[in-house]
Design a protein around this ligand. Structure first.
Ligand code: FAD
Length: 497
């Protein structure tokens, strides 16, 4: 345990999305209590991807006081109602994992149990008939109103987002230092970090350090050596080839995730371009093959040469060690299938506001922070593994191996609970809701005939009419909504576009 001064000096090492998200969070909420310096190097640059988010992004913007229209204009953002998974359960399949609520649940059983009763009785249609966000996404529509209350997230331009947050943070007193740091000084006795040493010899001293140096993990690993839990036996994807293209066609209000022979491809539509990438496992295909697959599946003209990014799926053994916390890619990486990385450091930065070590860095605080972060990582990991493991695809060695692989006990237990009882749950630290699990398990063709008989507590006619009314309400609402492109043009397009 070390003492903190009255106004602790916080040094954020790194100015990618993680660094600036952290700066924005701390400076918005703890202004006056902290001295915050952010160090970033133009020479090193940022990872340059990471453009799809989940609905918690909106809560983060409320926390930092960012205006939605300003943010969307500045980052050329579009709305995201979910992710369309193509060729995942089987080739030719397509389903949307939307952010919406599905139907209306009685207290004793979630809505899908009623729907499964209806299906057994020969009616009920698709589960998607009961989800406004899902049907709006399919129709390419979007609107904002208190009455609609859509659950949505954004697609954004990563480099413009860092610039947006930088302006926000500097206006709230954050000092930016440009340059590369080349050395780190530690206390000889306790090993706490005292300063980082810049290439020009300047020293940036601090009481608390936040490692946002990306995959380099320059403080948490290179200096403090906390170690890494490698999860590549469950999630073997280790590369992505990424490229931006010109917009072609409609601006969709959802991300596309298209499964290929040994991985999958993202398409993220922004106002001014589309972000594309092919995530793959190099044990099954070469970089050249991965790039060729990507190029065969692009709509618009490429804006630059595709580039390969390497990664290792897993998590740092500790996010908080001594007087340092790792946020962003330095803390670990779960592939972007469900767009969860930005969320993970937004939630960790938010927690840091609550748990900032004003009383000194001590093991109890760090252990608690680390435990919560571990649970979050693990629950997202299981959700992502389910997409690969629960599939009927067996057309390539990659997919056969995913079906055959061992999975974490926590996921085994979940899948058994669903298979044998139709039950899905959301634990305390789980990010994904019951509706998310149901959409993905059904979409991936995970079969169960088990369900709670809550639907039999009403007559078949009553169940039929209440489902029909709900689905009709969804249909009518979607019909009245403007197209996503028209809504963006009115709401947040840059002047003159
Ligand atoms: P970086 O962007 O790498 O930034 C590191 C910073 O540290 C830079 O500013 C660099 O200059 C600085 N730095 C490093 N070393 C030094 C030094 N010695 N001196 C000074 N400065 C230094 N997330 C999502 O939420 N949604 C997605 O759709 C998504 N897609 C992704 C796709 C891929 C292929 C990958 C790899 C990631 C994706 N992510 C996604 C994750 C997302 O990109 C990152 O979580 C996010 O960009 C944060 O990165 P970062 O700030 O941690 O690291």
């Amino acid at each position: 345990m070390t003492d903190m001064r009255a106004r602790p000096r916080v040094v954020i090492a790194g100015g990618g999305t993680a660094g600036w998200v952290t700066a924005a969070a701390l400076s918005s909420q703890l202004k006056g209590l902290l001295d915050i310096t952010l160090v970033e190097s133009d020479q090193i640059g940022t990872v340059g991807v990471g453009e799809a988010t989940i609905p918690t992004h909106r809560s983060f913007h409320v926390l930092i006081g960012a205006n939605e229209v300003d943010f969307m204009r500045a980052t050329r953002a579009t709305f995201k109602l979910g992710i369309q998974f193509e060729n995942w359960g089987a080739q030719g399949d397509s389903y949307i994992h939307s952010f919406g609520q599905i139907g209306k649940s009685p207290w004793m059983a979630d809505f899908h149990h009623l729907w499964m009763q209806a299906k057994a009785d020969g009616f009920g249609g698709d589960l998607g008939d009961y989800c406004l966000e899902l049907r709006a996404a399919e129709a390419g529509k979007f609107a904002l109103s208190d009455k609609l209350n859509l659950n949505y997230a954004y697609h954004l331009d990563a480099s413009l987002y860092a610039a947006f947050l930088r302006a926000h943070s500097e206006a709230r007193g954050v000092t930016r230092v440009e340059g590369k740091f080349v050395d780190v000084r530690q206390d000889g006795e306790c090993g706490f970090i005292k300063s980082i040493v810049m290439e020009n010899g300047d020293e940036v001293e601090g009481d608390f350090f936040i490692d946002c140096t990306g995959f380099r993990a320059a403080l948490i690993e290179k200096v403090l050596g906390v170690g890494y839990d490698d999860w590549s036996h469950w999630l073997p994807m280790n590369r992505a080839v990424a490229v931006q293209t010109q917009s072609a066609g409609d601006i969709l209000p959802y991300t596309r995730s298209i499964a290929h022979e040994a991985g999958w491809q993202w398409r993220i539509p922004l106002q001014h371009r589309v972000g594309n990438g092919h995530v793959y496992c190099s044990d099954y295909i070469s970089d050249d093959e991965a790039r060729a697959t990507l190029e065969r599946n692009l709509d618009g003209e490429m804006l630059f040469e595709p580039r390969v990014i390497k990664f290792l799926t897993g998590r740092r053994k500790k996010l908080w060690e001594k007087n340092c916390v790792a946020l962003g890619l330095s803390s670990g990486f779960l592939e972007p299938l469900e767009s969860t990385s930005i969320h993970l450091f937004q939630i960790a930065a938010t927690r840091l506001i609550q748990y900032f070590p004003f009383n000194g860095c001590n093991p109890a605080l760090a252990d608690h922070f680390n435990r919560l972060a571990s649970e979050e990582f693990e629950s997202i990991r299981d959700f992502i593994i389910a997409h690969y493991h629960v599939t009927q695809r067996d057309d390539t060695a990659f997919w056969r191996d995913r079906q055959a692989m061992d999975i974490p006990d926590t996921l085994k237990q979940r899948l058994a609970l669903y298979r044998d009882n139709g039950l899905v749950y959301k634990g305390e630290e789980d990010l994904f809701r019951i509706d998310s699990w149901i959409q993905v398990l059904l979409g991936q063709r995970f079969e169960t005939s088990a369900y709670h008989p809550a639907g039999r507590l009403m007559t078949t006619d009553k169940l039929r009419s209440s489902l029909a009314n709900y689905a009709d309400g969804v249909r009518r609402t979607v019909a009245q909504m403007p197209s996503h492109a028209d809504f963006i043009a009115r709401y947040c397009a840059m002047a003159g576009e």
